[in-house]
Design a protein around this ligand. Sequence first.
Ligand code: PLP
Length: 403
Amino acid sequence: MLDAAKIRRQFPLFSHYPELAYLDNAATTQKPKSVIEAITNFYEKGNANIHRGVYELAARATQQYEGVRGKVAALINAPKPETIVYTTGATAGINLVAQSFLEPRLQPGDEVVISYMEHHANLIPWQMACKKKGAKLRVVPMNKEGVLDLAAFRKMLSPRTRMVALVHVSNTLGAINPIEEMIALAHQHQVPVLTDAAQSIAHFPIDVQALDVDFLVFSGHKMFGPTGVGILYGKEEHLAATPPHHFGGDMIRHVSFEETAFAQPPQRFEAGTPPIAGVIGLGAAVDFLQTLDKAEIQQHLKLLARAAREALARIDGLTIIGNAPASTAIVSFVLENIHPHDVATFLAEDQIAVRAGHHCTQPIMDFFGIAGATRASFSVYNDLEEIERLAQSLRGIQQFFLG
Ligand SMILES: Cc1ncc(COP(=O)(O)O)c(C=O)c1O
């Protein structure tokens, strides 16, 4: 059994807010002391720019920065550290693939397939690429439970399909999509697949080689790391075939006024001074994740997911949005006749932090015919008592508003 209380003690924020039930982990997770220390240690004892200086500090900064690639590669079982590109987050990784990998190969009439439950970050970049090139964005439908229609997906794949981009875990519904099967189907048509692992990376192990996924993106801040840093994994041959996205220092082999020869991946995608401290913090976050037993994390989150869904389902006038048989500890809901923002505001008074709104998934809101929802999302430091508090507080809110 995972010891949530022991884990919680590793997060300094909770010593400042001991009563806080932090249920907004899908927005961002809290940071363990080890991550905060890795960042302050770098600035206090190791600050220098990378890849340039020959003095000891600069060499050490470079070594630390480059060393994190191997840690991330091990976390997702990538074949080589060179297949790991540092970005500023999941959003930046998707934009890079959409603009640099896809756009040059996209012709009028071609198609790009996404799903109905994509975060705007995995929708708009593909939509923009399609608009620019006269291509068509196809959307895999889902049912009211939040389960994607695989038969429809199968039919959508054709010689015109150039790319498939799929979210692994919906940040709104908590649904876990069968990406392994969907990747295999896309590959039968030689279509590359990008998986948005922003919400899955801290919930369960990801093996990019077993999935055979072409690209995978996630953000550091949703897996106990700092904001402003993220990862793009790409198969070696795809990265090699992708031109740089940004231009500047530290991404070249040779420059003259007439011509520039770019460095090999991943350097060619990391123009300018990167978030060095952020990458080092991300390395500490990977170390933190690796200290936890993966089976125990899954068991704990499954327990919380089930308990939360059961506790909320017992509240009259509350509707859970989506109810996929395969789902994780992210639950969105609406209370009849009470605005989601009011729900979140009143929960905050009871020291329960949740998120309300459209969760950057407006098509999901339209699908369910709602303007917004309140979302509770859980992590390794949450426990069953917080779910009790959530349910109790929601009943109190109903009492207040509806009498
Ligand atoms: C599923 C999903 N994809 C992508 C993103 C974008 O992540 P970021 O804002 O860190 O780039 C998020 C953030 O909420 C998300 O939940």
